[in-house]
Design a protein around this ligand. Structure first.
Ligand SMILES: O=C(O)CCC(=O)C(=O)O
Length: 278
């Protein structure tokens, strides 16, 4: 991709200041900064996609059995799989810490990152997802900010297209406080057309929505929300992991061990003292 970009040398007139990218990571971040989203091709191999598809369905069935389908329907949480990385390390290493995605997230957010949520979406052919309504992942928030505090990676596990109901984004919507008018949204929405294994990186303030799936098959996706640790995790992964990966400096942050609220002044001071001595 860099080689293609280097061939371009667009003529400009009256331009003093011009953005230049040295790497693909910077190019993706330029797209995220201007549009709110960027597509990364082939983040997963064909074998990894197959494994993900099968495991997503298995974990979903486990969660349905645990909580009951009627209860999930009552919560509008049907077709949603939660926290797969606590069930299978594949979802930690190959999805949340994906080697093509994580460097982009780290370049934007730094090394102190918390994973707020990891959610699988099984967009069904014969029903409509709650997520077809426009939303920001940072729900109820109507501010903009000069640099991202939360980014997402949305993995395409099945084809994303007009028939399967690929995700729609509103370009630049992370740069404006309110949701735009309905006419504007209808006119400017862009649907992601992507292959299984591709992923979309996006600003958590960018408005997006799932499309309606009119194909005969389920459209699976996985949404990871990475935030600065000033934002609370949706589900406490460190507790679900039960001490696993606590000694890994990066994963201890990603899973939330490092950001847990201290129980008392004494506990806070003690843990800071232990860190200083370590
Ligand atoms: O399923 C999709 O295409 C989008 C899912 C979504 O909007 C979400 O997880 O927030």
């Amino acid at each position: 991709m860099r080689a293609e970009a280097e061939k371009l040398n667009l003529a400009v007139h009256g331009v003093y200041e011009r953005h230049k990218n040295e790497t693909d990571i910077e190019m993706h971040l330029e797209e995220v900064s201007r549009n709110g989203f960027s597509v990364i091709k082939s983040a997963l191999t064909v074998e990894e996609v197959d494994y993900t598809r099968q495991k997503l369905d298995e974990i979903y069935q486990q969660q349905v059995d645990e909580f009951g389908l009627d209860n999930l329907i009552a919560l509008k949480d049907r077709y949603i799989v939660r926290s797969m990385l606590a069930y299978d390390d594949f979802f930690l290493h190959k999805i949340a810490c994906n080697e093509k995605i994580l460097p982009v997230i780290k370049k934007a957010l730094g090394n102190n990152i918390s994973l707020s949520s990891q959610v699988g979406i099984l967009n069904p052919p014969d029903d409509t997802l709650y997520q077809t309504a426009w939303h920001r992942e940072l729900q109820y928030q109507h501010f903009t900010i000069s640099r991202p505090i939360a980014l997402q990676s949305l993995f395409c596990i099945d084809p994303f297209n007009a028939t399967t109901g690929g995700t729609f984004f509103l370009p630049g919507s992370h740069l404006h406080e309110p949701f735009p008018s309905d006419e504007y949204a209808k006119k400017h929405e862009i649907q992601i057309i992507a292959d299984p294994g591709d992923a979309v990186i996006f600003d958590a303030l960018a408005y997006h929505r799932a499309g309606v799936n009119v194909s005969p098959n389920v459209r699976r996706a996985i949404n990871n929300l990475y935030t600065l640790p000033i934002i609370q995790q949706q589900i406490n992964f460190s507790r679900m992991m039960n001490g696993r990966f606590k000694d890994d400096p990066f994963l201890a942050g990603l899973l939330g061990y490092r950001w847990e609220t201290a129980d008392s002044v004494l506990a806070w001071r003690q843990s800071h003292l232990n860190n200083k001595k370590a």
